[in-house]
Write a new protein. Sequence first.
Length: 353
Amino acid sequence: MALTGTSFFAVLVAAAVVAVIGTIALWSWVRGPKVVRWLVHGVMIGVCQLTAICVVATWINNSYGLYASWADLLGDTNNGNAVAMPGPPISRARFNHATQDGVLDTYFHGRRSALSGQVLVWTPPQYDQAAYRTKRFPVLMLLHGVPGSPQSWLEHGGMPGAFQELLNQRKVHPFILVMPVVNPGSVDTDCSDLPQRKVATWLSSDVPDLIRQKFRTLPGPRGWGVMGYSTGGFCSAKLPLQYPKVFGAGAALDPDPLTGDRSVIPDSAERRVNSPLYLVRHTRAHASLFLATSRQDRFSPAPAIEEFASASAASPVRVRTLLLPSGGHNYNTWSAEYPAAFGWLSQWLSAPR
């Protein structure tokens, strides 16, 4: 049973409920000397507290992606060796249909990156309608921040409900929403390919391969885009520049500084060539990028967005920016940017056909 799986969390919740009910029901039935009764009552209270703590700890882990697997939790994972990450290949990956709001959940091992991780998928209502039965759909990959996990989009980011509302208002066209883990094994690389951990390959090759084989998707870059916040925003600004044949558009919401993070990639040369600012100055890609932040967000400074837009002027990259007057580095700000970001992506990515 996977550490981050819905079934494991459900079992813990059920255990906590049973522990409380059992304690209430059996409390007065305990017999024996007073010391024995105190000891048994203490054990019963301890079991209730332990199961409650496990529920809360698992919820926090699922929300923030602190540990990706049992091996990761127990310290058995060699983070320098991506090949050691277990998981089924694409051909044997199965989606769990028990996730909230119709979101599907799977865990698989990528052949090209040798990384394994969780992927959540939501298909729009049109996907199962008779009128769209033969149509293929555009895909939008939603990239979470670090710390974080794919579930962060559901629990804090308001997905898929926020997108469904825009869809009902006809402000966007239908996308398949794909939420992959951006730091498999809890190792952050700013979605870059490093010598021992090829996260860019995971996101640009392995995850798309999974979605293409399991769902009806549009081919080519006009059918694939990325959107993310914070670290996921950084990734969404750079992946279309590095892989323009895969992703035709990206939307970066309050991205991390676009020159890269020294704590994530210590090597300055490696960090520079994987930074969006460097890439937009040297790319020949005809990508489309949307970058947004708040003038009050000190973790995603507005001057960095403006510098990126200026640097793109000499490139074939089409850039649109949005600078909100207020808001911090949080979900309230990011959700305020959803309408503009999703609407813009709908202009550059194809509708179902």
